[in-house]
Design a protein around this ligand. Structure first.
Ligand code: G3P
Ligand code: CA
Length: 241
């Protein structure tokens, strides 16, 4: 049964990567979340997509140059005109604590492609272990060195490389870096690739799937999961089938 993972939470309707968007995704019936993490100046793992706070909050600057306390003063719902209540940038630990109260899967994307964020993998893994969520987390990144490092540090936690262009026989590539899944951009996930990967024991979770025809295709082929901004739309299509 194809799982629905809410991209940055229920980001089609709520401010992305906030507890509000995660709670609403769970209420809507999503199977899980996809979230992004960065590291603050003082080493806190926080849930935010961009390296800078400018696009999604009322602040300016790089996350790496701001302390956790600086970030707590910002409003992560500021740029979303449909949502007027202040929403903080969540600490990763806060999200993990909330995940212990439900059964959601959580795909954690390490945003370490631009800044290396020394020690990020260790901190993320340590928090996941603290909350005993190893079997409900999938670690992904466009930085495949980081994926290899995550496996080295925590072989018990599933990893999946993210990629936006085709990889030749991606199931072999995944196996070579000890990943049990792949997270291709939708355009790099035709049915033939999905089926071959799954036949070879590799989970496939394409991103970011928002059109009905694409959702229909992925349900039809029995893809492991897909990542969408709109879990309500995905569930409606799933239930109509
Ligand atoms: O994890 C899939 C997707 O989130 C990757 O792209 O830019 O939305 O983080 P982006
Ligand atoms: Ca992401």
């Amino acid at each position: 049964m194809t799982q629905i993972l809410a991209h940055r939470g229920f980001s089609a309707a709520f401010p992305e990567n906030t507890m509000k968007s995660f709670i609403e995704a769970e209420k809507a019936g999503a199977d899980g979340l996809e979230i992004d993490v960065q590291l603050t100046k003082d080493g806190e793992v926080v849930v935010i997509h961009d390296e800078k706070v400018d696009r999604t909050t009322n602040g300016i600057g790089f996350v790496k140059d701001l302390t956790y306390r600086d970030l707590q003063r910002l409003d992560a719902s500021y740029k979303n005109k449909k949502w007027l209540t202040k929403e903080p940038i969540p600490a990763f630990s806060k999200l993990l604590e909330w995940l212990t109260t439900n059964t959601l899967t959580c795909n954690v994307e390490l945003k370490n492609g631009i800044f290396p964020y020394t020690g990020m993998e260790e901190k993320v893994i340590s928090l996941i272990r603290h909350y005993k969520l190893e079997d409900r987390i999938i670690l992904s990144s466009f930085n495949h060195y980081s994926i290899v490092n995550c496996y080295r540090l925590a072989p018990e936690i599933e990893t999946a490389p993210l990629y936006s262009e085709g990889i030749y026989m991606p199931w072999i590539y995944a196996q070579s870096i000890k990943s049990k899944g792949i997270h291709p951009k939708l355009i790099a996930a035709p049915n033939e690739i999905i089926l071959r990967a799954m036949e070879n024991g590799i989970a496939v979770r394409p991103y970011t799937v928002n059109k009905e025809k694409d959702m229909q295709r992925l349900f039809e082929v029995g893809c492991t999961a897909f990542i969408t901004d709109n879990p309500v739309k995905a569930l409606e299509i799933k239930e109509k089938r």
